[in-house]
Ligand binder design. Structure first.
Ligand SMILES: NC(=O)c1ccc[n+]([C@@H]2O[C@H](COP(=O)([O-])OP(=O)(O)OC[C@H]3O[C@@H](n4cnc5c(N)ncnc54)[C@H](OP(=O)(O)O)[C@@H]3O)[C@@H](O)[C@H]2O)c1
Length: 318
């Protein structure tokens, strides 16, 4: 690193709030590529990494936060970059990238939308198709369908073959907008919730962004399910990081419990992911998908980091 600096959201210790300040500029070293950042979204994973709650949380500081973003390469091409090379992150004026770790952003899509959609959109596809193994005509339950990721999963499930989609979440206003075959409010008493899950089933695939108490009620409801196989993909923990899972609930249902993380699993091919990303952006431009966005100057990163409530996806612009 030389004497030149960039402005960036710099994290000095685990659990701290990132500060907007100068940071040594990245250089193209060891095959890395430097991109100029146009936009970078604030996602739950950025907080987990910063708080040390993620399995890939960094141990060396200072660093620049941001697990992805949209930027321009030296040749002028606009890309959505993934997993930048540490200590660099997406929330900065410039970023160091591992070779090839980016996806083309099609013309006609604005930077902020492209940045907002990358994580929740690609993860929704991964949970439904790559890990969830969704096949034609299956019945899908999206648990936690009111967040940025769950909304997309509920909306695109049919695109990938689902015959029936059930959307469960807390915000009734959002649930009604998803075009699901049935909706379930998860903030009801446990017995009532379990009964609602049982009534709206059976499910071939569950994509779970919540875990915690709503998932406990769901496991109770799945016991005795008539489905031949239930693939249960654990994606997020918006309602709790742990739960109590009685052994009988697992034995009484044809459950396959799998996690959506990358560890130990064949990663999707980047060309395939690029195609999915292009489709997601096309559907968004056509009004089939939407993501509520709050555009924020990167200089305000500390305030947004502390105050963003998840209702709209914050996207920083350097
Ligand atoms: N493994 C992966 O690849 C991956 C990728 C993307 C996301 N995720 C994880 O999935 C989860 C959701 O991500 P996101 O991008 O959708 O986040 P988000 O946009 O911030 O949405 C979170 C949602 O959680 C809901 N929520 C919070 N507490 C709840 C509770 N007690 N009961 C029911 N709903 C509750 C909120 O719903 P209300 O509207 O009701 O307030 C909010 O809309 C996070 O844990 C995230 O880390 C994992």
């Amino acid at each position: 690193m030389g004497n030149e600096t960039i402005n960036a959201a710099v994290l000095h210790a685990q659990g701290a709030t990132p500060r907007y300040e100068p940071f040594p500029a990245p250089s193209a070293a060891d095959g890395q590529v430097v991109a100029t950042v146009l936009a970078a979204a604030l996602k739950p994973v950025d907080r987990w990494l910063a708080d040390g709650a993620h399995h890939a949380a960094p141990a060396r500081f200072p660093l620049v936060v941001g697990a992805d973003g949209v930027g321009v390469l030296d040749d002028g091409s606009r890309v959505a970059f993934l997993a930048p090379a540490p200590p660099y992150g997406g929330m900065a004026e410039r970023v160091a990238l591992r070779p090839g770790m980016w996806l083309p952003v099609p013309h006609g899509v604005d930077d902020v939308t492209a940045a907002a959609l990358a994580n929740p959109g690609l993860a929704a596809w991964k949970a439904l198709v790559h890990v969830g193994e969704l096949t034609e005509g299956q019945s899908v339950l999206v648990l936690g369908a009111t967040g940025a990721s769950g909304r997309i999963a509920a909306r695109i499930a049919r695109r990938y073959g689902a015959g029936r989609v059930v959307a469960a979440g807390r915000d009734a206003r959002v649930l009604e907008t998803l075009g699901a075959d049935a909706t379930i409010r998860v903030d009801s008493p446990r017995e009532e919730l379990a009964a609602a899950f049982a009534t709206a089933g059976p499910y071939d695939l569950v994509v779970d962004y919540l875990w915690g108490p709503p998932a406990e009620a769901l496991f109770a409801a799945l016991a005795g399910s008539q489905a031949p196989r239930i693939r249960y993909v654990q994606v997020g923990i918006s309602a709790g990081a742990t739960l109590t899972l009685p052994a009988t609930a697992l034995r009484a249902a044809p459950l396959e419990l799998v996690g959506n993380g990358g560890t130990g699993r064949r990663l999707p091919d980047l060309d395939e992911v690029a195609g999915v990303y292009r489709d997601l952006l096309t559907w968004t431009a056509a009004g089939e998908l939407e993501i509520e966005i709050e555009r924020v100057p990167l200089a305000d990163v500390a305030t947004a980091w502390l105050n963003a409530d998840g209702r709209r996806r914050v996207v920083f612009v350097p």
